[in-house]
Design a binder for this molecule. Structure first.
Ligand code: ZN
Length: 452
């Protein structure tokens, strides 16, 4: 029997007991997979998929070619897939030749010029795979919200190994890679007298339960705000704080904290406002703890230094009247407002995050024209920031582009400092201000326009 005859016979048997007639067109698991054509890759069973569960797009190598992108766009936009896998594998045929060899052979055998056909042969599977993921991330037609993963399938064991871009490579792609350090770096340098690690938490009791050895604890309420009137710390207050931490002009300041560095980012913004450079520890307190790194309950003391602040750099901060003036710019498309709170705060249903007391402003809603881009969309599950490509896509797809004058706000200005950090340091936007008065001010201002 020929292969053809065998196949037809098998199909007759298949159809005689066919029971999949009722399947819906959209994949039940909302999953799309790009995989190599290699005959040893049995994609559905390897992922526990049943008919109707996923789109499987196959080509030589499992590459995100223009045509694979075409399928992925249709899959996502028209059929609702939200998770994408790219699967390459060990012992791939694509590792065994070079494009020029195949092009040359085609020319010899057919007399036709095949130089314009790219075959995309490659020599390193992991590297190639990361390149394919990047092509999906960079497509303007696929959103950053797609849950994207790349795997190498081992044809000898059947196992998938996920491949992720090394943290240092991700960080190197940010506009200002110096604004961030990995936990590894902190572990290696925390005892260096020229490095000062400072913890700033939402939960002001967290520091005392254990912190990075040698880290100073700042309380956002007492240390980063003035106590009599509502304002961020004044210059003298900040200098006292830095002096007490033993920080001088040669000290590298590393900030970290809980809740994905909310108040660490806020502290960084206040420091920068007063002309003092600092860096964030990527992933914050949670990542340090998750990695099982050393914690200490000793409060260190440093001999006071001569710290000096400058500025303030007023172009980092938006005050309420400036926000009012900004509304017209937003309307005309030259400015953007980013409301980084949760959707239920943005809509006015809540006045504060769900777990906090619902107080602080007289009215609920948002500033007219504001885009709701929740701060947490900028971070991965482990607390590290998303890649530069993902972040650019996240903000630009919602009209928050680098050419615009941007103001970010939240409820009290700390979550928006996080977004300010992303836009300024990770994406290199030149005109971003943090409105620290935020909703607690705007939502109580008599006569201020509110949208719901
Ligand atoms: Zn292959």
């Amino acid at each position: 029997m020929t292969v053809y005859e065998e196949a037809l016979q098998a199909n007759a048997a298949y159809a005689s007991s066919f029971n999949l007639a009722g399947l819906a067109m959209p994949p039940a698991k909302q999953l799309a997979v790009v995989a190599c054509i290699d005959a040893r890759l049995n994609v559905e069973p390897m992922l526990g998929l049943r008919p109707g569960d996923a789109h499987v797009i196959r080509n030589a190598g499992g590459l995100v070619t223009d045509d694979a992108l075409r399928s992925l766009i249709i899959s996502h936009k028209l059929l609702g897939t939200e998770t994408f896998f790219v699967i390459e594998h060990t012992d791939c045929g694509m590792l065994t030749f070079k494009d020029e060899q195949l092009q040359q052979r085609l020319k010899e055998e057919t007399g036709q010029d095949a130089n314009s056909i790219p075959f995309y042969a490659f020599s390193n599977v992991e590297e190639n795979l990361l390149g394919q993921l990047k092509k999906i991330r960079r497509s303007p037609f696929l959103p950053a919200s797609i849950d994207l993963h790349g795997f190498v399938y081992d044809v000898q064991t059947g196992k998938l190994s996920e491949v992720v871009q090394p943290e240092e490579e991700v960080m190197a792609e940010y506009a200002n890679p110096d604004a961030l350090v990995p936990t590894d770096w902190v572990a290696e340098n925390m005892k260096d007298p020229k490095v000062r690690v400072i913890e700033v938490d939402v939960d002001t009791a967290a520091y005392d339960t254990g912190h990075i050895p040698g880290a100073v604890g700042w309380n956002w309420k007492n240390d980063l705000e003035t106590q009599l009137q509502r304002d961020i710390a004044d210059k003298e207050g900040l200098e006292r704080l830095l002096s007490k931490a033993g920080v001088d002009k040669d000290t590298t300041i590393i900030l970290y904290g809980d809740n994905n560095n909310w108040f660490a980012a806020y502290a960084l913004w206040v420091l920068e406002y007063y002309g003092v450079d600092a860096k964030l520890m990527n992933g914050g307190r949670k990542k340090w703890i998750d990695e099982g790194r050393e914690l200490s309950t000793d409060a260190p003391s440093y001999s006071p230094s001569k710290a000096s602040a400058k500025g303030p750099k007023k172009d980092l901060r938006a005050l309420r009247d400036q926000v009012m003036d900004h509304l017209d710019k937003v309307k005309k498309g030259r400015g953007a407002l980013v409301d980084v709170r949760s959707p239920r705060e943005y809509s006015g249903e809540l006045l504060a995050p769900e777990n906090l007391p619902q107080e602080g402003s007289q009215r609920g809603g948002h500033i007219p024209g504001a885009q709701n881009i929740v701060w947490s969309q900028a971070v991965n599950e482990d607390g590290t920031f998303k890649t530069a490509d993902q972040l650019a896509e996240l903000y630009q797809s919602q009209g928050v582009t680098p050419d615009k004058d941007v103001i970010a706000y939240c409820r009290i200005g700390e979550r928006s400092a996080h977004t300010w950090f992303v836009l300024t340091h990770l994406l290199g936007y030149k005109n971003v201000r943090n409105y620290d008065g935020s909703w607690t001010e705007w939502g109580s201002l008599v006569g201020a326009p509110v949208e719901k």
